[in-house]
Design a protein around this ligand. Sequence first.
Ligand SMILES: [Fe+2]
Ligand SMILES: [Fe+2]
Ligand SMILES: [Fe+2]
Ligand SMILES: [Fe+2]
Length: 441
Amino acid sequence: MAFNPLKEKGIAFDKQMKTWYDIVKRPYKREEVDCYTRTRQILMNGIETEAWGFKRAFCRMFDCEETKNLVARIRRIEDQQQTTINWLAPANQSVLDTTLGYEQVAVDLTAWLAQNEPDEYVKETLDFGLLEDFDHLYRYAQYSYLTEGTNPNDIVHGMTDVVLGRPTQNHHNCNGMRIRNAYDKANASPQTKANILTIVSAEQQTHNYYAEHGFMYGNDDLRRTYAEICDVEEEHVTMYETLIDPSETWLEKWVTHEFTEVCNYYTCYKDEVDPKLKQIWEEFLMMEVEHLQLAAEILKKKENREAEEIIGTTVYETCHFESQKKYVKEILNSQIDKRLNESQGYAFIDELPDDWTGYAVQEAQNKLGAPSETAIRISMSTLGRDVVSADNKLIKSQPELLERGLEDFSQAPNTVSIEEYQEFTEVPIPDFLKNDNKKEE
Ligand SMILES: [Fe+2]
Ligand SMILES: [Fe+2]
Ligand SMILES: [Fe+2]
Ligand SMILES: [Fe+2]
């Protein structure tokens, strides 16, 4: 790849301030947008929110007036970029529509990163998170249909399957147990650094979106489901952010942040099918090239280090979106019964001790029932089955998957049983749930 972000000519910093008319653009159309244009828009909003939040912390912690001055000025540009991107979503895209988009980001991005991650432990962590977000998509799809009459394929366009994953009620662990081993900054590939910051930004944005929007529905079961899944996203941020070497200096982290922005805009620009968004990705890419080079200059001045030592001389495609059904199925079949162990690694359910730390948390949180199970019960009472979208074989394997993936200990009292899933397989899938989107593989 010939794009070296430390050598390209970006947009001069004094040309980056925009008018209100440039910041706020016309949104895409809910009915017409490509599902992966929407996932790019959702992800890049999260990337900019992280760029902004990191620079807030930076100025509170970094004791140098000159550097703080520059970082504060760049931060305002990050904030303007965030507004532009987030507000590309149209006013008639509901909170649940957007939520399905968020979980589609989580599934298809995580699967992509796992297959493009050089560090085995980081890859294993991505595969672990993948099956949890995959289950979230399924739980939210119930409410999306029952509350708003939306077929999940109106949003995910048949590119991402909707069936159960590792059951959400089993995602609740001691947050201390979610802490992972950090990479070693001296040996980690720049690709690993950018991959992790990308997934951290996506998960943090998802957490924040649920925390800020779950209250916008009147249905208490749905509100509780948002609370439950929001709490899992908090665990996901913990899991991914602790992969980052905490001994990186503030300036090193700044360089890595700008580099991650460059990599993601580069990928968005390369992949985008909507000409209006493609233009935005291109412009923002060249703004980020300038941010990166400004950060690299400060690194040189303050620490006498070259940015190249930290990020190398090329970009990585950190957010390529395409259908990942095959990969997700593989991981689902081989790892649905995987859990965290007590020593920052992984174990299968059979290997967990009876006093495993996660059980106490699950008992405390689920003792009155898991809202993510109520989601399926509500579908059962209306449709006689759950809302799903996948090939028949995968749909029919749900009872078997549940049997392997659900823990016997500390089950929520309202858990939908394997027998009940077995009964679903007898109930035909209603026509309106069939995927009539032409984009299906
Ligand atoms: Fe930015
Ligand atoms: Fe999720
Ligand atoms: Fe997540
Ligand atoms: Fe930036």
